[in-house]
Design a protein around this ligand. Structure first.
Ligand SMILES: CCCCCCCC/C=C\CCCCCCCC(=O)N[C@@H](CC(N)=O)C(=O)O
Ligand SMILES: [Zn+2]
Ligand SMILES: [Zn+2]
Length: 522
Protein backbone atom coordinates (compact mmCIF):
# COMPACT_ATOMS: atom_id res chain seq x y z
CA UNK A 1 0.00 0.00 0.00
CA UNK A 2 3.02 2.29 -0.19
CA UNK A 3 2.12 3.15 -3.78
CA UNK A 4 0.45 6.62 -3.62
CA UNK A 5 -2.04 5.58 -6.38
CA UNK A 6 -3.30 2.71 -4.19
CA UNK A 7 -3.51 5.03 -1.21
CA UNK A 8 -5.56 7.50 -3.28
CA UNK A 9 -7.91 4.73 -4.48
CA UNK A 10 -8.40 3.49 -0.91
CA UNK A 11 -8.98 7.04 0.28
CA UNK A 12 -11.63 7.62 -2.41
CA UNK A 13 -13.30 4.32 -1.55
CA UNK A 14 -13.38 5.04 2.20
CA UNK A 15 -14.62 8.57 1.55
CA UNK A 16 -17.40 7.20 -0.71
CA UNK A 17 -18.51 4.69 1.92
CA UNK A 18 -18.46 7.38 4.65
CA UNK A 19 -20.54 9.75 2.53
CA UNK A 20 -23.05 7.01 1.70
CA UNK A 21 -23.35 6.14 5.40
CA UNK A 22 -23.72 9.80 6.23
CA UNK A 23 -26.54 10.10 3.69
CA UNK A 24 -28.42 7.16 5.17
CA UNK A 25 -27.96 8.40 8.73
CA UNK A 26 -29.00 11.93 7.91
CA UNK A 27 -32.03 10.67 5.99
CA UNK A 28 -33.18 8.62 8.95
CA UNK A 29 -32.62 11.65 11.12
CA UNK A 30 -34.63 13.75 8.73
CA UNK A 31 -37.52 11.28 8.62
CA UNK A 32 -37.62 11.17 12.37
CA UNK A 33 -37.25 14.81 13.27
CA UNK A 34 -37.56 17.21 10.41
CA UNK A 35 -40.68 18.43 8.62
CA UNK A 36 -39.69 18.61 5.00
CA UNK A 37 -41.02 21.05 2.45
CA UNK A 38 -40.68 21.60 -1.24
CA UNK A 39 -41.51 24.50 -3.48
CA UNK A 40 -43.66 23.31 -6.36
CA UNK A 41 -43.44 26.18 -8.81
CA UNK A 42 -45.86 24.55 -11.23
CA UNK A 43 -48.70 24.52 -8.72
CA UNK A 44 -49.90 28.13 -8.85
CA UNK A 45 -50.03 28.28 -12.61
CA UNK A 46 -52.39 25.38 -13.07
CA UNK A 47 -54.87 27.08 -10.77
CA UNK A 48 -54.45 30.65 -11.84
CA UNK A 49 -56.74 32.23 -14.42
CA UNK A 50 -54.62 33.48 -17.28
CA UNK A 51 -55.87 36.63 -19.04
CA UNK A 52 -57.45 35.68 -22.34
CA UNK A 53 -55.93 37.28 -25.41
CA UNK A 54 -56.54 36.75 -29.11
CA UNK A 55 -54.47 33.70 -30.02
CA UNK A 56 -53.54 31.72 -33.09
CA UNK A 57 -52.80 28.00 -33.00
CA UNK A 58 -49.54 26.30 -33.92
CA UNK A 59 -50.96 24.11 -36.67
CA UNK A 60 -48.40 23.82 -39.42
CA UNK A 61 -48.96 21.85 -42.60
CA UNK A 62 -46.74 18.98 -43.71
CA UNK A 63 -45.22 21.28 -46.34
CA UNK A 64 -44.45 23.91 -43.69
CA UNK A 65 -42.95 21.26 -41.44
CA UNK A 66 -40.58 20.20 -44.22
CA UNK A 67 -39.81 23.83 -45.01
CA UNK A 68 -38.96 24.70 -41.37
CA UNK A 69 -36.55 21.74 -41.15
CA UNK A 70 -34.97 22.67 -44.48
CA UNK A 71 -34.47 26.28 -43.33
CA UNK A 72 -32.79 25.01 -40.17
CA UNK A 73 -30.54 22.61 -42.07
CA UNK A 74 -29.46 25.40 -44.42
CA UNK A 75 -28.50 27.48 -41.38
CA UNK A 76 -26.38 24.63 -39.99
CA UNK A 77 -24.59 24.22 -43.32
CA UNK A 78 -23.20 27.77 -43.23
CA UNK A 79 -19.88 27.58 -41.29
CA UNK A 80 -20.19 30.76 -39.20
CA UNK A 81 -17.18 29.79 -37.08
CA UNK A 82 -15.60 32.22 -34.59
CA UNK A 83 -11.98 31.40 -33.73
CA UNK A 84 -11.03 34.64 -31.95
CA UNK A 85 -12.35 38.22 -31.86
CA UNK A 86 -10.16 38.96 -34.90
CA UNK A 87 -10.77 35.68 -36.68
CA UNK A 88 -14.44 35.25 -37.54
CA UNK A 89 -15.83 33.92 -40.83
CA UNK A 90 -17.23 37.13 -42.32
CA UNK A 91 -18.10 35.44 -45.64
CA UNK A 92 -20.25 32.90 -43.82
CA UNK A 93 -21.84 35.59 -41.64
CA UNK A 94 -22.88 37.54 -44.74
CA UNK A 95 -24.26 34.36 -46.30
CA UNK A 96 -26.22 33.78 -43.10
CA UNK A 97 -27.78 37.25 -43.42
CA UNK A 98 -28.91 36.33 -46.95
CA UNK A 99 -30.39 33.04 -45.68
CA UNK A 100 -32.47 34.89 -43.07
CA UNK A 101 -33.98 37.12 -45.75
CA UNK A 102 -34.75 34.13 -47.98
CA UNK A 103 -36.12 31.85 -45.25
CA UNK A 104 -38.33 34.42 -43.53
CA UNK A 105 -39.79 36.64 -46.30
CA UNK A 106 -42.85 37.64 -44.25
CA UNK A 107 -40.71 38.87 -41.34
CA UNK A 108 -38.63 41.05 -43.63
CA UNK A 109 -41.66 42.38 -45.54
CA UNK A 110 -43.94 43.06 -42.56
CA UNK A 111 -44.77 46.68 -41.73
CA UNK A 112 -44.74 45.62 -38.05
CA UNK A 113 -41.06 44.62 -38.21
CA UNK A 114 -38.05 46.92 -38.39
CA UNK A 115 -34.76 45.21 -39.16
CA UNK A 116 -31.24 46.60 -38.98
CA UNK A 117 -27.76 45.16 -39.28
CA UNK A 118 -25.48 46.01 -36.35
CA UNK A 119 -21.66 45.94 -36.47
CA UNK A 120 -21.80 44.54 -40.02
CA UNK A 121 -23.01 41.03 -39.17
CA UNK A 122 -25.38 41.10 -36.16
CA UNK A 123 -29.12 41.64 -36.58
CA UNK A 124 -31.62 43.63 -34.55
CA UNK A 125 -35.38 43.33 -35.10
CA UNK A 126 -38.09 45.44 -33.51
CA UNK A 127 -41.57 43.96 -33.67
CA UNK A 128 -44.09 46.67 -32.98
CA UNK A 129 -46.89 46.00 -30.50
CA UNK A 130 -50.38 47.47 -30.75
CA UNK A 131 -50.19 48.73 -27.12
CA UNK A 132 -47.12 50.95 -26.69
CA UNK A 133 -47.77 51.27 -22.93
CA UNK A 134 -46.73 47.61 -22.45
CA UNK A 135 -43.00 47.41 -21.65
CA UNK A 136 -41.19 45.45 -24.40
CA UNK A 137 -39.12 42.32 -23.89
CA UNK A 138 -36.24 40.87 -25.88
CA UNK A 139 -35.21 37.50 -27.30
CA UNK A 140 -31.50 36.87 -27.94
CA UNK A 141 -29.61 34.21 -29.86
CA UNK A 142 -26.30 34.02 -31.71
CA UNK A 143 -25.33 33.11 -35.24
CA UNK A 144 -21.70 32.14 -34.72
CA UNK A 145 -20.46 28.72 -33.65
CA UNK A 146 -17.28 27.23 -32.23
CA UNK A 147 -14.97 25.31 -34.61
CA UNK A 148 -15.63 21.64 -35.37
CA UNK A 149 -13.54 19.03 -37.07
CA UNK A 150 -14.94 15.76 -38.40
CA UNK A 151 -11.70 13.98 -37.53
CA UNK A 152 -12.47 14.46 -33.81
CA UNK A 153 -14.91 11.56 -34.20
CA UNK A 154 -18.14 13.00 -35.60
CA UNK A 155 -20.62 10.51 -37.09
CA UNK A 156 -21.47 13.08 -39.77
CA UNK A 157 -19.57 16.07 -41.20
CA UNK A 158 -20.19 18.93 -38.73
CA UNK A 159 -21.50 21.36 -41.36
CA UNK A 160 -23.61 18.82 -43.27
CA UNK A 161 -26.85 18.89 -41.25
CA UNK A 162 -27.06 15.19 -42.06
CA UNK A 163 -30.06 13.29 -40.71
CA UNK A 164 -29.36 10.14 -38.72
CA UNK A 165 -32.23 8.38 -36.91
CA UNK A 166 -34.41 11.51 -36.92
CA UNK A 167 -31.63 13.70 -35.49
CA UNK A 168 -30.03 16.56 -37.42
CA UNK A 169 -26.27 16.56 -36.85
CA UNK A 170 -24.10 19.63 -36.99
CA UNK A 171 -22.22 22.33 -35.15
CA UNK A 172 -24.73 24.88 -33.93
CA UNK A 173 -27.73 22.52 -33.73
CA UNK A 174 -27.71 22.99 -29.92
CA UNK A 175 -25.68 26.22 -29.72
CA UNK A 176 -27.30 28.33 -31.00
CA UNK A 177 -28.78 28.11 -34.48
CA UNK A 178 -31.81 26.25 -33.11
CA UNK A 179 -32.71 29.46 -31.23
CA UNK A 180 -31.85 31.84 -34.09
CA UNK A 181 -33.98 29.92 -36.56
CA UNK A 182 -36.61 28.85 -34.02
CA UNK A 183 -37.39 32.45 -33.00
CA UNK A 184 -37.63 33.79 -36.56
CA UNK A 185 -39.55 30.75 -37.83
CA UNK A 186 -42.12 31.24 -35.06
CA UNK A 187 -42.45 34.93 -35.94
CA UNK A 188 -42.78 34.07 -39.65
CA UNK A 189 -45.69 31.72 -38.92
CA UNK A 190 -47.35 34.15 -36.50
CA UNK A 191 -47.23 36.95 -39.07
CA UNK A 192 -48.46 34.63 -41.83
CA UNK A 193 -51.49 33.86 -39.65
CA UNK A 194 -52.20 37.59 -39.34
CA UNK A 195 -51.08 37.80 -35.72
CA UNK A 196 -50.40 41.30 -34.38
CA UNK A 197 -48.63 41.41 -31.00
CA UNK A 198 -49.95 43.68 -28.25
CA UNK A 199 -46.57 43.89 -26.51
CA UNK A 200 -43.67 44.99 -28.70
CA UNK A 201 -40.43 43.02 -28.60
CA UNK A 202 -36.87 43.00 -29.85
CA UNK A 203 -34.92 40.12 -31.33
CA UNK A 204 -31.12 40.37 -31.19
CA UNK A 205 -28.91 37.96 -33.14
CA UNK A 206 -25.24 38.33 -32.21
CA UNK A 207 -22.43 37.30 -34.54
CA UNK A 208 -19.50 36.93 -32.11
CA UNK A 209 -20.93 35.45 -28.90
CA UNK A 210 -18.46 32.58 -28.93
CA UNK A 211 -15.64 35.09 -28.64
CA UNK A 212 -17.34 37.29 -26.00
CA UNK A 213 -19.81 39.38 -28.02
CA UNK A 214 -17.68 42.50 -27.89
CA UNK A 215 -18.82 43.65 -31.34
CA UNK A 216 -22.30 42.21 -31.84
CA UNK A 217 -23.93 42.32 -28.40
CA UNK A 218 -21.98 45.33 -27.12
CA UNK A 219 -22.90 47.49 -30.14
CA UNK A 220 -26.52 46.36 -30.05
CA UNK A 221 -26.69 47.38 -26.39
CA UNK A 222 -25.11 50.75 -27.23
CA UNK A 223 -27.79 51.35 -29.87
CA UNK A 224 -30.64 50.40 -27.54
CA UNK A 225 -29.25 52.62 -24.79
CA UNK A 226 -29.10 55.57 -27.18
CA UNK A 227 -32.80 54.94 -27.79
CA UNK A 228 -33.52 54.80 -24.02
CA UNK A 229 -34.90 51.28 -24.29
CA UNK A 230 -35.80 49.51 -21.07
CA UNK A 231 -36.88 45.90 -21.16
CA UNK A 232 -39.42 44.04 -19.10
CA UNK A 233 -37.24 40.92 -19.35
CA UNK A 234 -34.76 39.28 -21.67
CA UNK A 235 -34.38 35.64 -22.74
CA UNK A 236 -31.12 34.18 -24.06
CA UNK A 237 -29.62 30.70 -24.45
CA UNK A 238 -28.13 29.00 -21.39
CA UNK A 239 -29.93 26.21 -19.57
CA UNK A 240 -32.30 23.59 -20.92
CA UNK A 241 -34.62 20.69 -20.10
CA UNK A 242 -32.70 17.88 -18.41
CA UNK A 243 -34.08 14.35 -18.57
CA UNK A 244 -32.02 11.65 -16.89
CA UNK A 245 -29.03 13.97 -16.62
CA UNK A 246 -28.96 14.28 -12.81
CA UNK A 247 -28.86 10.98 -10.93
CA UNK A 248 -31.70 10.65 -8.44
CA UNK A 249 -33.95 13.21 -10.14
CA UNK A 250 -37.18 11.54 -11.16
CA UNK A 251 -38.61 13.03 -14.37
CA UNK A 252 -37.58 15.89 -16.61
CA UNK A 253 -36.85 19.38 -15.31
CA UNK A 254 -36.64 22.68 -17.16
CA UNK A 255 -33.88 24.76 -15.65
CA UNK A 256 -34.44 28.45 -16.19
CA UNK A 257 -31.15 30.31 -15.70
CA UNK A 258 -31.66 33.28 -13.39
CA UNK A 259 -27.98 34.21 -13.34
CA UNK A 260 -24.64 33.19 -14.77
CA UNK A 261 -21.29 32.67 -13.15
CA UNK A 262 -18.57 35.28 -13.23
CA UNK A 263 -15.34 34.64 -15.06
CA UNK A 264 -11.60 35.27 -14.74
CA UNK A 265 -8.84 34.52 -17.20
CA UNK A 266 -5.53 34.61 -15.39
CA UNK A 267 -2.02 34.40 -16.84
CA UNK A 268 0.74 32.89 -14.69
CA UNK A 269 4.31 33.38 -15.87
CA UNK A 270 7.81 32.67 -14.65
CA UNK A 271 10.93 34.26 -16.11
CA UNK A 272 14.43 32.87 -15.49
CA UNK A 273 17.82 33.38 -17.17
CA UNK A 274 18.23 31.40 -20.41
CA UNK A 275 21.37 29.31 -20.88
CA UNK A 276 22.87 25.98 -21.90
CA UNK A 277 20.87 22.92 -20.87
CA UNK A 278 24.07 21.14 -19.83
CA UNK A 279 24.35 23.45 -16.78
CA UNK A 280 20.78 23.76 -15.50
CA UNK A 281 19.72 25.50 -12.29
CA UNK A 282 17.99 23.41 -9.64
CA UNK A 283 14.58 24.77 -10.72
CA UNK A 284 13.58 25.81 -14.26
CA UNK A 285 10.91 28.37 -15.16
CA UNK A 286 8.80 25.44 -16.38
CA UNK A 287 9.26 23.53 -13.10
CA UNK A 288 8.38 26.55 -10.95
CA UNK A 289 5.29 27.24 -13.03
CA UNK A 290 4.21 23.58 -13.11
CA UNK A 291 4.38 23.46 -9.31
CA UNK A 292 2.22 26.60 -9.05
CA UNK A 293 -0.35 25.15 -11.46
CA UNK A 294 -0.40 21.89 -9.50
CA UNK A 295 -1.07 23.83 -6.27
CA UNK A 296 -4.05 25.50 -7.95
CA UNK A 297 -5.42 22.13 -9.05
CA UNK A 298 -4.78 20.49 -5.68
CA UNK A 299 -6.47 23.32 -3.81
CA UNK A 300 -9.76 24.01 -5.59
CA UNK A 301 -11.87 27.01 -4.62
CA UNK A 302 -14.11 26.44 -1.56
CA UNK A 303 -17.43 24.66 -1.98
CA UNK A 304 -20.14 27.32 -1.74
CA UNK A 305 -23.16 25.20 -2.55
CA UNK A 306 -26.36 26.67 -1.16
CA UNK A 307 -25.23 30.27 -1.21
CA UNK A 308 -26.30 31.03 -4.79
CA UNK A 309 -29.26 30.35 -7.11
CA UNK A 310 -28.34 26.63 -7.20
CA UNK A 311 -30.07 26.49 -3.81
CA UNK A 312 -33.35 27.43 -5.55
CA UNK A 313 -32.79 24.66 -8.11
CA UNK A 314 -32.67 22.02 -5.41
CA UNK A 315 -35.51 23.52 -3.37
CA UNK A 316 -37.79 23.61 -6.43
CA UNK A 317 -36.85 20.09 -7.51
CA UNK A 318 -36.73 18.55 -4.02
CA UNK A 319 -40.03 16.69 -4.39
CA UNK A 320 -38.77 15.11 -7.64
CA UNK A 321 -35.70 13.52 -6.05
CA UNK A 322 -35.74 9.92 -4.94
CA UNK A 323 -35.00 9.05 -1.31
CA UNK A 324 -32.70 9.77 0.44
CA UNK A 325 -31.77 12.70 -1.79
CA UNK A 326 -35.25 14.14 -1.32
CA UNK A 327 -34.62 14.67 2.39
CA UNK A 328 -31.27 16.25 1.76
CA UNK A 329 -32.66 18.61 -0.90
CA UNK A 330 -35.70 19.44 1.23
CA UNK A 331 -33.58 20.46 4.20
CA UNK A 332 -30.73 22.40 2.76
CA UNK A 333 -30.62 24.57 5.90
CA UNK A 334 -29.05 21.46 7.45
CA UNK A 335 -27.65 19.42 4.60
CA UNK A 336 -26.25 22.00 2.16
CA UNK A 337 -22.64 21.11 3.07
CA UNK A 338 -23.29 17.41 2.39
CA UNK A 339 -25.09 18.07 -0.90
CA UNK A 340 -22.20 20.36 -1.88
CA UNK A 341 -19.66 17.61 -1.17
CA UNK A 342 -21.70 15.13 -3.23
CA UNK A 343 -22.00 17.51 -6.18
CA UNK A 344 -18.29 18.27 -6.05
CA UNK A 345 -17.47 14.61 -6.73
CA UNK A 346 -18.51 14.83 -10.40
CA UNK A 347 -17.02 17.11 -13.02
CA UNK A 348 -20.30 18.54 -14.33
CA UNK A 349 -22.12 18.97 -11.02
CA UNK A 350 -18.97 20.36 -9.36
CA UNK A 351 -19.52 23.43 -11.57
CA UNK A 352 -22.71 24.19 -9.60
CA UNK A 353 -21.02 23.90 -6.22
CA UNK A 354 -18.00 26.19 -6.45
CA UNK A 355 -15.81 28.47 -8.52
CA UNK A 356 -14.10 26.15 -11.01
CA UNK A 357 -10.44 26.32 -11.98
CA UNK A 358 -9.43 25.14 -15.46
CA UNK A 359 -5.84 25.28 -16.66
CA UNK A 360 -6.37 25.71 -20.38
CA UNK A 361 -2.99 26.65 -21.91
CA UNK A 362 0.65 26.01 -20.99
CA UNK A 363 3.62 27.23 -23.01
CA UNK A 364 7.38 27.18 -22.37
CA UNK A 365 10.70 26.44 -24.02
CA UNK A 366 11.96 26.85 -27.56
CA UNK A 367 14.62 24.16 -28.07
CA UNK A 368 15.66 20.92 -26.38
CA UNK A 369 19.10 22.20 -25.29
CA UNK A 370 18.15 25.77 -24.33
CA UNK A 371 16.98 26.59 -20.81
CA UNK A 372 13.53 28.17 -21.09
CA UNK A 373 13.57 31.85 -20.17
CA UNK A 374 9.79 32.14 -19.96
CA UNK A 375 7.02 29.71 -19.10
CA UNK A 376 3.38 30.76 -19.04
CA UNK A 377 0.05 29.17 -18.19
CA UNK A 378 -3.52 30.38 -18.64
CA UNK A 379 -6.17 29.59 -16.10
CA UNK A 380 -9.89 30.07 -16.77
CA UNK A 381 -12.08 30.30 -13.68
CA UNK A 382 -15.88 30.44 -13.52
CA UNK A 383 -16.93 32.28 -10.40
CA UNK A 384 -19.69 31.06 -8.08
CA UNK A 385 -22.48 33.58 -7.39
CA UNK A 386 -21.45 33.98 -3.76
CA UNK A 387 -17.87 34.96 -4.59
CA UNK A 388 -16.38 38.06 -6.21
CA UNK A 389 -13.66 38.39 -8.80
CA UNK A 390 -11.46 40.10 -6.18
CA UNK A 391 -11.93 37.26 -3.67
CA UNK A 392 -10.96 34.75 -6.34
CA UNK A 393 -7.85 36.72 -7.28
CA UNK A 394 -6.81 36.92 -3.60
CA UNK A 395 -7.20 33.14 -3.26
CA UNK A 396 -5.12 32.54 -6.41
CA UNK A 397 -2.34 34.77 -5.05
CA UNK A 398 -2.24 32.97 -1.71
CA UNK A 399 -2.41 29.47 -3.28
CA UNK A 400 0.33 30.23 -5.80
CA UNK A 401 2.31 31.71 -2.91
CA UNK A 402 5.55 32.15 -4.86
CA UNK A 403 6.97 35.58 -5.66
CA UNK A 404 8.68 34.20 -8.74
CA UNK A 405 5.30 33.50 -10.35
CA UNK A 406 3.71 36.57 -11.88
CA UNK A 407 -0.11 36.51 -11.64
CA UNK A 408 -1.98 38.76 -14.11
CA UNK A 409 -5.73 39.12 -14.55
CA UNK A 410 -6.30 39.30 -18.32
CA UNK A 411 -10.05 39.49 -18.31
CA UNK A 412 -12.74 39.03 -15.71
CA UNK A 413 -16.09 40.03 -14.31
CA UNK A 414 -18.20 39.34 -11.24
CA UNK A 415 -21.10 36.85 -11.28
CA UNK A 416 -24.18 38.36 -12.91
CA UNK A 417 -27.08 39.72 -10.81
CA UNK A 418 -29.79 37.24 -9.87
CA UNK A 419 -33.06 37.77 -11.73
CA UNK A 420 -36.37 37.46 -9.91
CA UNK A 421 -38.11 34.10 -9.84
CA UNK A 422 -40.97 34.69 -7.44
CA UNK A 423 -44.66 34.15 -8.14
CA UNK A 424 -44.95 37.82 -9.09
CA UNK A 425 -42.01 37.88 -11.47
CA UNK A 426 -43.51 38.64 -14.90
CA UNK A 427 -40.68 37.24 -17.04
CA UNK A 428 -40.14 34.10 -14.96
CA UNK A 429 -43.84 33.25 -14.81
CA UNK A 430 -44.43 33.92 -18.53
CA UNK A 431 -41.50 31.68 -19.38
CA UNK A 432 -42.65 29.02 -16.96
CA UNK A 433 -46.13 28.99 -18.46
CA UNK A 434 -44.72 28.84 -21.99
CA UNK A 435 -42.48 25.90 -21.05
CA UNK A 436 -45.40 24.07 -19.45
CA UNK A 437 -47.66 24.81 -22.44
CA UNK A 438 -45.21 22.94 -24.68
CA UNK A 439 -43.78 20.42 -22.18
CA UNK A 440 -46.55 19.82 -19.59
CA UNK A 441 -44.62 16.92 -18.03
CA UNK A 442 -41.65 18.97 -16.78
CA UNK A 443 -40.95 20.65 -13.47
CA UNK A 444 -39.66 24.20 -13.85
CA UNK A 445 -36.88 25.38 -11.54
CA UNK A 446 -34.53 28.34 -11.41
CA UNK A 447 -30.92 27.55 -12.22
CA UNK A 448 -27.47 29.03 -12.64
CA UNK A 449 -25.80 29.08 -16.06
CA UNK A 450 -22.23 27.88 -15.57
CA UNK A 451 -21.05 29.35 -18.89
CA UNK A 452 -21.44 32.91 -20.15
CA UNK A 453 -23.82 34.32 -22.74
CA UNK A 454 -24.31 37.53 -24.72
CA UNK A 455 -27.06 38.46 -22.26
CA UNK A 456 -24.43 39.59 -19.73
CA UNK A 457 -23.90 42.71 -21.86
CA UNK A 458 -27.59 43.64 -21.43
CA UNK A 459 -27.67 43.96 -17.66
CA UNK A 460 -28.31 47.74 -17.74
CA UNK A 461 -31.30 47.27 -20.04
CA UNK A 462 -33.17 44.59 -18.09
CA UNK A 463 -33.30 43.77 -14.40
CA UNK A 464 -34.59 40.30 -15.24
CA UNK A 465 -32.48 38.22 -17.60
CA UNK A 466 -33.23 34.53 -18.16
CA UNK A 467 -31.09 31.91 -19.88
CA UNK A 468 -33.03 29.01 -21.33
CA UNK A 469 -33.66 27.21 -24.60
CA UNK A 470 -36.24 24.41 -24.87
CA UNK A 471 -33.61 21.81 -25.76
CA UNK A 472 -34.47 18.37 -24.45
CA UNK A 473 -31.16 17.01 -23.07
CA UNK A 474 -30.68 13.38 -22.12
CA UNK A 475 -27.62 11.97 -20.37
CA UNK A 476 -24.49 12.89 -22.34
CA UNK A 477 -26.20 15.52 -24.50
CA UNK A 478 -24.74 18.50 -22.60
CA UNK A 479 -21.27 17.23 -23.61
CA UNK A 480 -22.24 17.55 -27.28
CA UNK A 481 -22.35 21.34 -26.85
CA UNK A 482 -18.93 22.54 -28.10
CA UNK A 483 -18.11 18.80 -28.37
CA UNK A 484 -18.58 16.09 -30.98
CA UNK A 485 -21.84 14.88 -32.52
CA UNK A 486 -23.81 17.98 -31.62
CA UNK A 487 -27.35 17.16 -32.75
CA UNK A 488 -31.02 17.89 -32.22
CA UNK A 489 -34.02 15.69 -32.96
CA UNK A 490 -36.41 16.91 -35.63
CA UNK A 491 -39.23 16.72 -33.07
CA UNK A 492 -37.24 18.87 -30.63
CA UNK A 493 -36.62 21.52 -33.29
CA UNK A 494 -40.35 21.64 -34.09
CA UNK A 495 -41.06 22.00 -30.38
CA UNK A 496 -38.59 24.87 -30.25
CA UNK A 497 -40.54 26.72 -32.92
CA UNK A 498 -43.73 25.90 -31.02
CA UNK A 499 -42.21 27.24 -27.79
CA UNK A 500 -41.33 30.66 -29.26
CA UNK A 501 -44.72 30.74 -31.04
CA UNK A 502 -46.42 30.22 -27.66
CA UNK A 503 -44.08 32.51 -25.71
CA UNK A 504 -44.63 35.50 -28.00
CA UNK A 505 -48.38 35.16 -27.56
CA UNK A 506 -48.17 34.56 -23.81
CA UNK A 507 -46.25 37.84 -23.47
CA UNK A 508 -49.35 39.69 -24.67
CA UNK A 509 -51.05 39.58 -21.28
CA UNK A 510 -50.94 42.92 -19.47
CA UNK A 511 -50.12 41.49 -16.07
CA UNK A 512 -49.88 38.20 -14.26
CA UNK A 513 -52.99 36.58 -12.81
CA UNK A 514 -53.43 36.56 -9.04
CA UNK A 515 -50.89 34.17 -7.59
CA UNK A 516 -51.54 31.13 -5.44
CA UNK A 517 -49.18 29.85 -2.81
CA UNK A 518 -46.69 27.36 -4.24
CA UNK A 519 -45.43 26.04 -0.92
CA UNK A 520 -46.38 22.45 -0.26
CA UNK A 521 -45.78 20.27 2.73
CA UNK A 522 -45.45 16.54 2.66
C1 LIG B 1 -27.30 20.73 -10.80
C2 LIG B 1 -27.89 20.61 -12.14
C3 LIG B 1 -27.01 19.83 -13.08
C4 LIG B 1 -27.61 19.85 -14.44
C5 LIG B 1 -26.64 19.82 -15.55
C6 LIG B 1 -27.00 20.87 -16.52
C7 LIG B 1 -26.20 20.79 -17.71
C8 LIG B 1 -25.90 22.16 -18.26
C9 LIG B 1 -26.19 22.16 -19.63
C10 LIG B 1 -25.81 23.00 -20.54
C11 LIG B 1 -24.88 24.08 -20.44
C12 LIG B 1 -24.83 24.69 -21.79
C13 LIG B 1 -24.33 26.06 -21.78
C14 LIG B 1 -24.78 26.75 -23.04
C15 LIG B 1 -24.31 28.15 -23.12
C16 LIG B 1 -22.93 28.21 -23.71
C17 LIG B 1 -22.46 29.60 -23.83
C18 LIG B 1 -20.97 29.63 -24.11
O1 LIG B 1 -20.40 28.68 -24.57
N1 LIG B 1 -20.33 30.75 -23.80
C19 LIG B 1 -18.90 30.89 -23.96
C20 LIG B 1 -18.56 32.20 -24.61
C21 LIG B 1 -18.94 33.42 -23.85
N2 LIG B 1 -20.03 34.08 -24.23
O2 LIG B 1 -18.24 33.84 -22.97
C22 LIG B 1 -18.19 30.72 -22.61
O3 LIG B 1 -16.97 30.56 -22.65
O4 LIG B 1 -18.83 30.72 -21.56
ZN1 LIG C 1 -24.13 29.73 -27.34
ZN1 LIG D 1 -21.20 28.18 -27.27
Amino acid sequence: MADPRHRATLFRYVRGVCLALLCVITSLFAVATVRTFSLDVNAGLHLARWEETKRVGFDVSQRQREEMLENFKEAVRIPTVSHSPTDINTTALLAFGRLLRKAFPTVFASSLVQHEVVADYSHLFWVQGSQPDLVPYMLLAHIDVVPASESDGWDAPPFSAKEIDNFIYGRGTLDDKECVMGILQALEYLLLKGYKPRRGFYIGLGHDEEVSGLNGAVNTVRLLKQRNVQLSFLLDEGLLVIDGVMKGLDGPAALLGVSEKGSATVKLSVTTAPGHSSMPPRESSIGILAAAVKRLEDNPMPIMFGQGPERGTFEHLAHKFILPLRFLASNLWLFAPIVGRLLALKQDTNAFARTTTAVTMFNGGVKVNVLPSVAEAYVNLRIHSAQSLQEVMDLIDSTVGDQRVRVELLDGFDPLPISSYSETSFGFQILKKSILDVFPQVTVAPGICVANTDSRHYKDLAADIYRFAPIWAKAGDAQRIHGINERISKKNYEDMVGFYFTLIQNCDIKKLPESHSGVHEF
